[in-house]
Design a protein around this ligand. Structure first.
Ligand code: AMP
Ligand code: GLY
Length: 428
């Protein structure tokens, strides 16, 4: 690696960004690292700045003031809002490497209807679906009455992870449909609704970094979305994650590559959709066959907290290869070690929760990594500032051993209302 050190701007403020900051800082290619807005953990790896991820003018100013070489957007919002196109349209910024798709490419995540049509065009296995708007509302109602339960309804646009309803019967489905289209529960995000077949299986997350032609596959992960033990209760942003995924063996991953990854990357290219960045395939294994539940145009959270620790390649080197269009020549190395992450959350999350609780005991963590999510600094204290507070990640010879270490250390961190699931990885 003879390339010059890269000044990097990482956008976001969660556990994913703290992990990415850790990973970037570990690279000999890392010049000045800025995280905006960052959290109490990211400042250990770089300089936090206070520009919001959708403040493009503010981002422009950071890029010029700090001679940024690489822009890595953590969350989807700036990508869906077109940060790539914004940077590339500016003569003073267009040399910057953006690790993320164009606004058009980000529609894979930004619009459920777009992604379903894309999969249909490229024969990518996914649940059968129909889409409805206010214009064919009555047809939607009639259609729902013919669907077997459970029925899946999705608001088309970004709805902070809350736009999906799995209705257990027709009455629930009709209610959800009315709320989205008539009562505008999700605002514009729900002005189009996708109704799809329920797939019964086990979910996993597969990530690639693509240069638009070639790609590398990152370690697969599984996240645990429900708040309660045994996968019960409300959906959250994610309560923990493991990698590798025991059932994602070579045979299964071959199917994923042939039926899903290749047609996706080739499809983007064939349609001239500019896409250099991460593709997150939210998959479900039904029987032995993979289906796409959703695409995301970024890394996952909390998956990143186990994927990046298991990626032995240099992430900056990968992003430079992405820019050079040489990813197909890169060999990716996944660690032999397993990783398990446990998310410490605020009491009450994913409903209402208090912020500003003083966090103690982080210095007692031994043998695990601490990735901050919803934390901030107040005076000399680190305090909670979000629902998901801290991810504890450990390595192990297997998932059980990794998680045992994470649990030992999770118990050493304290704040009022602290909660975490004690059964992450329970199936394995
Ligand atoms: P999405 O935002 O599309 O990822 O959906 C959120 C969650 O809803 C997924 O992680 C799945 O657990 C569930 N889900 C979405 N679509 C389906 C489907 N067609 N069949 C079964 N579960 C689904
Ligand atoms: N863990 C799921 C996501 O990042 O969307």
């Amino acid at each position: 690696m003879s390339a010059k050190k890269q000044n990097i701007l990482l956008l976001g403020a969660g556990g994913r960004e703290c992990t990415l900051a850790w990973k970037l800082k570990n690279s000999p290619l890392c010049g000045n690292l800025y995280i905006s807005p960052g959290n109490a953990g990211t400042s250990a790896y770089g300089t936090n700045l206070s520009v919001a991820v959708l403040d493009f003018e503010g981002i422009r100013k950071i890029c010029t003031d700090h001679q940024i070489d690489i822009l890595l957007p953590g969350p989807e919002d700036p990508l869906v809002a077109g940060i790539y196109d914004f940077i590339k349209a500016d003569p003073l910024l267009q040399h910057i490497i953006v690790a993320g798709p164009s606004k058009e490419g980000a529609q894979l995540e930004g619009s459920k209807a777009f992604s379903k049509k894309f999969m249909e065009r490229h024969n990518i296995p996914t649940a059968a679906y129909r889409e409805f708007t206010a214009d064919n509302y009555d047809q939607g109602i009639e259609y729902l009455k013919t669907c077997p339960s459970p029925i899946v309804l999705k608001a088309d646009g970004l709805a902070a992870g809350k736009g999906v309803v799995i209705a257990q019967n027709t009455a629930e489905a009709l209610d959800a449909f009315r709320s989205m289209l008539r009562d505008r529960q999700f605002g514009d995000a729900g002005s189009k609704v996708v109704i799809e077949q329920f797939l019964d299986g086990i979910e996993l997350s597969v990530f690639v970094l693509t240069d638009g032609t070639g790609y590398v596959i990152l370690p697969a992960a599984k996240d645990y979305k429900r708040i309660g033990e045994g996968d019960t209760g409300l959906n959250t942003g994610g309560m923990g994650a493991i990698s590798p995924v025991p059932f994602a063996d070579e045979v299964f991953m071959r199917k994923v590559t042939d039926r899903i990854i290749n047609p996706t990357v080739n499809g983007l290219k064939a349609e001239n959709i500019t896409y250099q960045g991460f593709i997150f395939f939210g998959l479900i294994k039904v029987g032995n066959e993979p289906y796409v539940i959703e695409y995301n145009c970024r890394m996952g959270d909390p998956e990143t907290e186990v994927v990046m620790p298991r990626l032995d390649n240099d992430l900056i080197d990968l992003m430079l290869s992405m820019h050079a269009g040489t990813l197909s020549q890169v060999t990716v190395h996944h660690s032999q070690q397993a990783a398990g992450a446990v998310m410490l959350v605020s009491g009450g999350y994913p409903g209402d929760y208090a912020k500003g609780k003083v966090i103690t005991g982080i210095e007692n963590v031994n043998g695990s990594m601490v990735f901050h999510a919803g934390t901030t600094v107040r005076g000399t204290d680190t305090v909670t500032s979000g629902g998901r507070v801290i991810a504890i990640t450990s390595y192990g010879d297997d998932i059980k051993q990794a998680l045992a270490a994470s649990y030992t250390n999770a118990a050493r961190i304290h704040y009022e209302g602290r909660y975490y699931r004690t059964d992450i990885g329970w199936e394995f």
